[in-house]
Design a protein around this ligand. Structure first.
Ligand SMILES: *[C@@H]1O[C@H](CO)[C@@H](O)[C@H](O)[C@H]1NC(C)=O
Length: 487
């Protein structure tokens, strides 16, 4: 294997799909890179690919020592391995050959506390550490991902020039920024993924309503989503959804999407997002509903049995067979999807803000929206509106009350309600759209029925309550008073 004539600029360990593509991307931007993987065939494969894709400066190593030593000092090595134990193992292998001031970057979907634990352990060895969210899948890694590096600022500075070139480029600049201290990069990536769950669920509901109630064919769905992708919904996920409806089955008649088993997989970042929301007392019903929808989708056999039970009771799949005005329905669903999306992002952003306050990270929500504009899975024209909302007011309590978003929601709310009502009456579950609407209807009301819940709590548990008119904590002997009034 050709050795580099001088030290390379950076190293990358872990040459599965993401690692391989990110290495080629870095090399293509003019930074000679050393690559390593325990499975040496992966190394050779990557080097050969680099040759094929334009003789890129990728140098492969079969042993960790010569790999680490091939990188210029202070050394920076990106790891792209499975989260958890493999990360600890790789750190152990690499750090044995690293020196004070060198840096390791974890580019995986790691739990943020693991990053903080490792950063501490590394600091004791005099090594720097970054946890960097990388989004965009295979394609993004190769041609421009969205990057969310958090941890040591010093380490970030070493490689800022590389990251600025490697990241996706959009009108407002490269899709990367220094996120903040500690595990903030991983945390932000985690919420990004939670938001991604929400987006996918909302799109799936739009599909279900259009298909099951509107009786749209795959061809029609493809043209609807392609049309939507020219307007306010323009985004990667809408684009690929349109593509999916056009793919014919290669193993039989019809379209492939109809043959795909209705059982969604997951890897954990969505679950973590919902757990964090609960820990921080932040309402995230849209994201939570998308997670629940995945859990229920997993019960395929049970659902098939349940369908039989209810069918024998005269309860079919779709409850009403009312004729719908297709054109009107399509327009309503588009608006419902957009309004729901605003609620979902409001929840994700508020979760990030709550964590930032707890940890003192000082995260800038507008900057996050900016680096999500390109490269990542949730990239969308919509994110520019979010960025602008935070530019207008960095302390915005909730995206819903930004004047622009408030106006957009008001314009769309009747269509949104029509879609949710139609779905409910038809027996089509739309948990994402319904919970988004409930989130909006709860947040916008100055008075909620929480007074009654508080009275109940004071009744049975003497938890006390506050009053609307007088300061202080009050307790009432509700039971005694009720008994007296009964007599
Ligand atoms: C090397 O490749 C294998 C299989 O692709 C992977 O499981 C492993 O974690 C990789 N990383 C390192 C650093 O060896």
């Amino acid at each position: 294997m050709a050795a580099p004539s001088k030290p390379t600029r950076i190293g990358l360990a872990g040459l599965a799909v993401m690692g391989q593509n990110l290495a080629l991307n870095i090399a293509e931007k003019g930074f000679p890179i050393s690559v390593y993987n325990r499975t040496t065939s992966k190394v050779d494969e990557t080097v050969e690919r680099a040759k094929r894709e334009g003789d890129l400066p990728v140098f492969g190593f079969h042993d960790p020592e010569s790999f680490v030593h091939s990188v210029q000092k202070p050394r920076v090595i990106i790891m792209l391995v499975k989260a958890g134990a493999p990360v600890d193992q790789t750190i152990k292998t690499l750090s044995a050959y690293m020196e004070k001031g060198d840096c390791i970057i974890d580019g995986g979907n790691e739990w943020y506390e693991n990053t903080e634990r490792r950063a501490k352990a590394m600091a004791e060895l005099g090594l720097l550490y970054l946890g960097m969210g990388v989004s965009g899948g295979e394609e993004g890694a190769r041609h421009g991902p969205s990057l969310m590096p958090g941890g040591s600022v010093e380490a970030y500075k070493y490689i800022e020039d590389i990251l600025l070139k490697v990241a996706a480029q959009v009108d407002s600049g490269p899709c990367v920024t220094y996120i903040g201290e500690g595990g903030s990069g991983n945390f932000v990536k985690m919420v990004h993924n939670g938001i991604e769950y929400g987006d996918m669920q909302l799109i799936a509901e739009a599909y279900d309503v259009l298909k099951s109630v509107g009786k749209l064919s795959n061809e029609e769905l493809q043209s609807v989503f392609s049309e939507w992708n020219k307007g306010e919904l323009l985004s990667f996920l809408i684009e690929i959804t349109a593509d999916i409806f056009g793919i014919k089955d290669d193993k039989g008649e019809g379209y492939l999407v109809d043959k795909v088993l209705d059982k969604t997989g997951m890897k954990g970042t969505g679950k973590w997002t919902v757990q964090q929301a609960a820990d921080l007392s932040v309402a995230a019903p849209t994201i939570a509903s998308s997670l629940d929808a995945r859990f229920l989708s997993g019960l395929k056999e049970e659902r098939v049995e349940a369908a039989k039970v209810f069918k024998s009771g005269g309860f079919g799949d779709i409850l009403t067979d009312q004729a719908v005005d297709k054109k009107k329905l399509i327009d309503d669903v588009r608006q419902a999807l957009y309004a729901s999306k605003i609620c979902s992002y409001a929840q994700g952003m508020n979760l990030i803000r709550a964590k930032s306050a707890e940890k003192g990270w000082g995260l800038k929500l507008g900057e996050l929206a900016r680096i999500w504009k390109g490269g990542c899975i949730i990239r969308a024209i919509f994110l520019d509106r979010i960025k602008k909302a935070y530019d207008r007011n960095a302390d915005l309590a909730n995206l819903l009350v930004d004047p622009e978003f408030a106006k957009e929601i008001i314009e769309r709310q009747s269509a949104w309600r029509r879609v949710v009502c139609l779905a409910i009456n038809s027996g089509i579950s739309t948990p994402g759209m319904s919970s988004s609407l409930a989130y909006f209807d709860t947040y916008r009301r100055s008075r909620l029925p929480a007074n009654l819940v508080q009275a109940q709590r004071d009744y049975f548990g003497a938890h006390t309550y506050e009053r609307t008119d007088v300061e202080g904590a009050f307790h009432t002997e509700w039971f005694k008073l009720a008994k007296q009034s009964k007599i």
